[in-house]
Design a protein around this ligand. Structure first.
Ligand code: ZN
Length: 71
C-alpha cells in the first residue's frame, strides 16, 4: 500500500492507525489540516534550474509542442 499523499510505502497493518496514509502528517494533509511548511516529497531529484509550475506562463505561444513521441 502506498500513501496517497507522499507516495511512499505505508504500513498496511492494523498497527498503522493512519491507514492508508503513512503517518499522521499525511492524514492531516489529506484532511487539509496540515498547516505546515513545504512538504514536497518526491522520489527523484529535482532540478533547480527550472520550475515546471511556472512554465506555462513563460512558454511562448509559437513554441512547437511535441505531443507524440517518436521512436
Ligand atoms: Zn505519507
Amino acid at each position: 500500500m502506498r500513501c496517497p499523499i507522499c507516495k511512499r510505502p505505508s504500513e498496511s497493518s492494523p498497527q498503522n492507525r493512519f491507514r492508508p496514509f503513512c503517518s499522521e502528517r499525511c492524514q492531516l494533509v489529506d484532511l487539509g489540516m496540515w498547516a505546515g511548511e513545504n512538504y514536497r516529497v518526491e522520489g527523484g531529484k529535482q532540478d533547480d534550474r527550472e520550475h515546471p509550475d511556472d512554465r506555462h506562463d513563460l512558454t511562448p505561444s509559437s513554441a512547437p509542442r511535441r505531443e507524440d513521441d517518436d521512436h
